[in-house]
Design a protein around this ligand. Structure first.
Ligand SMILES: [Mg+2]
Length: 378
């Protein structure tokens, strides 16, 4: 089998509900969608994304360089394609290139699944048929009152979720504690509660705060510190019995290895789009497994779902409020969790089919992006 062509496009749209965390207010998500065709007539859809900026840079890397490197290669030899794209873009560091490689890699796995007639979760291991999902809020806006938080929590319970993640990281820790107290009041004891700091705290602050948070029996504290502070996370982990989750800001298996070796992480949250696609994500998952750590990937719900069901250490699926491709109106057929459980589609490949009209409506060229950002980011 040979890759014949790769087309790519950028699509920019706001989250389906406002997103604001302790360190960032999200204006838009940018999805880079690729279509890879082969000489057998089988084609695959791939995608990657960035938050607020970078979509057109990812697309340019694909369009001008990576697609030409991949054309003519055998997609079934996915390691060869991945290595070639990775080696050729090594000088760029990590980030834009791993996000670009991811889009092509996801399309290649779609092709492999279709060629073998297997859904992705079975093709990659078939560890389970479904996975529990957690509802994940990005709502730390100053107008967000504790009463609103409680009302939303009741709604999540009614929809069947047994795990809830909220943002904390207000300037005053007492406000975070107040919010957690309010939400714990409405969540039954067996419902898991997680918090996400988006790298807000220093190690010293986190060690102090984690002690105060222990009474809430949190399932995990996510990204408490800057993403590169391995030592700080290790120090924090030794100081608290609450598990530490991170990984959405790491871009390769080697970065995860550093955290795992240092004993600085409990729950591994690799994002399939950021680490370079499914090929590298699987290696991160198996690496985590060899350290006895569960994986609970960041975002990318529709794609994380089959991946979590493939590997033995799959833990929980993140269902971000306002962020699924279904909620964004981008899919031909909805892919949703039901009663707090995600079940992969039983079709060959990943089964994610974009709605062409919806994609067209939010297509963004370099010119569009320049116009959006003229006068500075809003
Ligand atoms: Mg997070």
């Amino acid at each position: 089998m040979k890759i014949e062509s790769i087309t790519s496009s950028v699509h920019r749209l706001p989250p389906a509900s406002p997103w604001e965390d302790a360190t960032n207010k999200v204006q838009a998500l940018e999805f880079v969608v690729v279509e890879v065709t082969t000489d057998t007539g089988i084609s695959g859809t791939g995608f990657s994304y960035s938050v607020d900026i970078g979509g057109t840079a990812i697309r340019t890397l694909i369009e001008d360089y990576l697609s030409n490197l991949a054309i003519g290669m055998d997609p079934l030899a996915y390691e060869q394609v991945w290595s070639r794209l990775s080696n050729q873009s090594r000088r760029l560091g990590l980030g834009v290139n791993s996000m670009a490689i991811a889009a092509i890699d996801v399309a290649i796995w779609d092709i492999i699944g279709k060629h073998r007639g297997e859904p992705l979760h079975r093709l990659l291991g078939g560890a389970r048929d479904s996975i529990p999902a957690y509802i994940s809020e990005i709502n730390l806006a100053s107008s967000d009152r504790a009463e609103d938080l409680q009302a939303r929590a009741r709604d999540y319970l009614q929809r069947g979720y047994r795990a809830v993640k909220i943002k904390i990281g207000r300037p005053d820790l007492e406000e975070d504690i107040e919010r957690l107290t309010k939400i714990r009041e409405v969540l039954p004891a067996d419902v898991r509660l997680m918090v996400d700091l988006n790298q807000k705290w220093s190690a010293a602050q986190a060690i102090q705060a984690a002690g105060r948070l222990e009474k809430f029996n949190l399932e995990w504290i996510e990204e408490p510190l800057l993403y590169h502070d391995v030592q700080g996370h290790a120090d924090l982990k030794r100081s608290t019995r609450t598990p530490i989750a991170l990984g959405e800001s790491l871009y390769s298996k080697y970065q995860f290895l550093n955290y795992l070796r240092a004993g600085a992480v409990d729950i591994v949250q690799a994002d399939v789009a950021f680490v370079g696609g499914i090929t590298e994500w699987l290696k991160v998952a198996h690496l985590a497994s060899s350290f006895g750590k569960p994986i609970a990937p960041h975002y990318m719900m529709e794609l994380s779902l089959p991946l979590l069901c493939a590997v033995p250490n799959g833990f929980m699926l993140e269902d971000v409020v306002g962020g699924s491709l279904t909620e964004l109106g981008l899919l031909e057929n909805p892919i949703e969790t039901r009663n707090g459980i995600g079940t992969p589609l039983d079709v060959p490949g990943h089964g994610i089919v974009f709605n062409k009209t919806a994609l067209e409506a939010c297509r963004a060229t370099s010119q569009d992006v320049k116009q959006t950002f003229s006068g500075g980011s809003k």
